[in-house]
Design a binder for this molecule. Sequence first.
Ligand code: PLP
Length: 399
Amino acid sequence: MDSRSSGAYDDVRAASRALATEAVHAGRDDLAGQGLHVPPIDLSTTYPSYDSRDEAARIDAFALDGAEPAGPPVYGRLGNPTVSRFETALARLEGTESAVAFASGMAALSAVLLARSAMGLKHVVAVRPLYGCSDHMLTAGLFGTEVTWTDPAGIGEALRPDTGLVMVESPANPTLGELDLRAAAHACGTVPLLADNTFATPVLQRPAEQGARLVLHSATKYLGGHGDVMAGVVACDEEMAGALRKIRFATGGVLHPLAGYLLLRGLSTLPVRVRAASANAAELVRRLAADPRVERVHYPRIGGAMIAFEVHGDPHEVISGVRLITPAVSLGSVDSLIQHPASISHRIIGADGREDAGVGDRLLRLSVGLEDVEDLWADLDNALGERAITPVPLGEAVR
Ligand SMILES: *Cc1c(COP(=O)(O)O)cnc(C)c1O
């Protein structure tokens, strides 16, 4: 039980709150009672205690199951009150018991893989595409894990007695491919399903409700939402959270309290940002799909603010042609970003990995922000260049 959550009364009251309300109140329920309006930022690395017997007992309790130490905090690597507020809020938004925050999305995924392989469960079943570095981490077996790639229909058959995790992304980075999370969770049986929910956010989809036991976020993206925080978080049940806190304590991949503060602030506008950016994206999808310079547009059934599209011309010319949209990797910020996955986000998985994942050389990934849609279209329209009808061969750079 999270010692810093606000008590049974608030938990009952919270159960009936809408997402937009949770976004601005979760993790802050105790503030008014303390005479505060915004959450305090606690930068302490250590905490004084005159009762070392009590502190010993609390450390024993943490060592047992990784539960957040009850009572006052002990040391920054075990937990931090400001970060804990963000974890409480994200767990409420994802509809899970707990959440554990890390220094980045990759630190969060590393902790999951380490927690599972520490139990002797070194086999991972995964569905492509995944974010490039997640794919790389599994393919390279950086933590001694072994991966079997499969399509969603093959999950059940790919399971082995030593399978510790099934990993999927939906909508997936960068193709926006979707899969049926409920069916995937069913196929997993007792093996935990990890769903990377970075693209959808809990505003559009709550994978835990569909049976995912672990919900991963690169909080660097929509949760922070302003391009100024690196963070990762796993929303899950308390048993998994305990295992992840123990790994975080051992590896030290903690989130800085200032980042925790910014993420909590980011969550308060998450529903508004995601809905507004998604409306922009839907309009751009409509225009791109009707444009003769565009071969194909990928946009998920559940909507969202991410678009992928293939151009007839040279995708590098589009990247060099934008002026308002920023040509940069990453996504989920208030401003629009565009990148060429074969050159950047999915470069590390190699040409074979990209082919298997369906990431073509003509694919561009656009993260739509909150600018006026007419300004965004004017920039895209200009960057798409002359109305080339016949496909142009691609240059050396993407071979
Ligand atoms: C960016 C990203 C990650 C990695 O997160 P970092 O915060 O960059 O470590 C993982 N999954 C997805 C879908 C991402 O887009």
